[in-house]
Design a protein around this ligand. Structure first.
Ligand code: ADP
Ligand code: ASP
Ligand code: MG
Length: 422
């Protein structure tokens, strides 16, 4: 008998009919003798709907007080899901009980809208499992030390599921979603994308951090830290397929580099439309200038991603960086108010319509010329690269948003990913 955590995303929970299917699938696993913990998301579209209501009343949510209320609102989507799933399971003849984050409790810090899980108390859950119940826990939410409801950031149910699996030392965490695994790139953008049977933890971490929303990055971090066996698979297969077959399907996140993966230089392509570029032109080229610009940005709790400082000319230089698109207006205002007046005639410009496209692969460690092949593929499509950043197993470029799909397709082809031996 194993302890298994299942996570079902919004589309998988998208209607009562689909919830009934989830219940039948979970019941199949429970009847096979496994202890089952299930972490569902809100029904598809529900979190957007709830956040939309809040935005109607207050378009700019900037203060901590407002963010607290956002979490109060957004967390209700998952509460409905767990209750419905518990009812569906009971209708299948399974004993089941649902809990919200605060009831478990899943303890987090107090960063509303992007809280981090600090501890999960599994006493209550274990007692229910021992009584033979399926335990259903809300994804996406927790409770802070002062008793406020928090949420874990968009896509956070993945993290809830992996964190619960880690806390309970589950035998496996299965992430059921609307695609049948992790692909070489988003199959909605490139029809030729191929499913990978396995992907290394490091590559998955990069893919997630560079924009592949199939797993929230923090869920991958948790899986790595606590060595949680993690698999991404489809919730749209018939619920009654044999368990063995289901357990082997999808994509397994592996912690060892196998030989096959060494051979693929680039394993996947990620992209992110959520960024915006900010440039300061003609800033004085002197020690401390980066700090003078980015210090106030950091103090305002704005995350900076790619940074470029050009070679100086005549004592002046240009400085550009990217931030999340949601922080773009705030960053521009801040620079105008606090940095530009002290930056000796520098000019501020910005572009919220950029995107970042990245190639990822552990094979890049041992191969040269990978980045130049990427630049050539983009040049062949006449796509201008605005910024470049590299690390050991990835190269990212910032380009105009309107070329994003073209760039992803061109790179997918250039690196022969349709052919990837999966
Ligand atoms: P869920 O609601 O189940 O959490 P998400 O929408 O968050 O589902 O994540 C699944 C989606 O991730 C897929 O529908 C797909 O469009 C997208 N996606 C992006 N990159 C990839 C990738 N490399 N492989 C598979 N899916 C990807
Ligand atoms: N419902 C939340 C969201 O839409 C969490 C999740 O789906 O993982 O972001
Ligand atoms: Mg998701």
């Amino acid at each position: 008998m194993a302890l298994i955590v299942h996570k079902y995303g919004g589309t998988s929970m998208g209607s009562t009919e689909r919830i009934r299917n989830v219940a039948k699938r979970v019941a199949k696993w429970a009847r096979a003798g496994h202890q089952m913990v299930v972490v569902p998301s809100a029904m598809s579209g529900e979190t957007n709907r709830l956040l939309g209501l809040a935005k109607e009343l207050s378009p700019e949510i900037t203060t901590g007080e407002l963010q607290r209320e956002l979490d109060m609102i957004a967390s209700t989507g998952e509460q409905v899901s767990v209750g419905l799933l518990a009812i569906a399971l009971q209708a299948e003849g399974m004993r089941s009980v649902s809990y919200t984050g605060w009831q478990v409790p899943i303890e987090t810090d107090s960063s509303f809208t992007k809280a981090r899980i600090q501890r999960i108390d599994d006493v209550r859950v274990r007692a229910d499992l021992a009584e033979g119940k399926v335990v259903i826990i809300t994804g996406f939410q927790g409770i802070d030390p002062d008793g406020h409801i928090t949420t874990l950031g968009r896509g956070g149910s993945d993290t809830s599921a992996v964190a619960v699996a880690a806390a309970m030392k589950a035998d496996e965490c299965l992430i059921y979603t609307d695609v049948d695994g992790v692909y070489t790139t988003d199959p909605r953008i490139v029809a030729e994308a191929r499913r990978l049977h396995t992907i290394s933890f490091e590559e998955m971490l990069e893919m997630a951090s560079l924009g592949s929303k199939v797993l929230q990055i923090r869920s991958v971090e948790f899986a790595g830290k606590y060595r949680v066996p993690l698999r991404v698979l489809s919730s749209f297969t018939p619920w009654d397929i044999p368990i063995d077959e289901e357990a082997r399907s999808g994509t397994l996140i592996t912690f060892e580099e196998d030989e096959k993966m060494e051979q693929a230089v680039v394993s996947g392509i990620a992209f992110n439309r959520d960024e915006a570029k900010v440039s300061l032109l003609g800033v004085p080229d002197k020690p401390g200038i980066a700090y003078q610009i980015l210090g106030p940005v950091a103090e305002a709790n704005i995350d900076v991603d790619v940074i470029i400082q050009n070679v100086g000319h005549d004592g002046r230089t240009d400085f550009s960086f990217t931030v999340h698109r949601n922080d773009y207006a705030r960053t521009m205002d801040l620079l105008k108010a606090e940095v530009i007046p002290k930056a000796g005639g520098a000019q501020l410009s910005g572009d919220p319509k950029i995107c970042k496209v990245s190639i990822v692969g552990i094979g890049m460690r041992s191969h040269v010329g990978v980045a130049s092949k990427m630049f050539q593929a983009l040049s062949d499509e006449a796509i201008n690269i605005q910024m470049i950043t590299t690390s050991e197993i990835k190269t990212s470029v910032v380009i105009d948003e309107k070329y994003m799909e073209l760039a992803v397709r061109a790179l997918h082809k250039a690196f022969d990913l349709e052919q990837a031996a999966d």
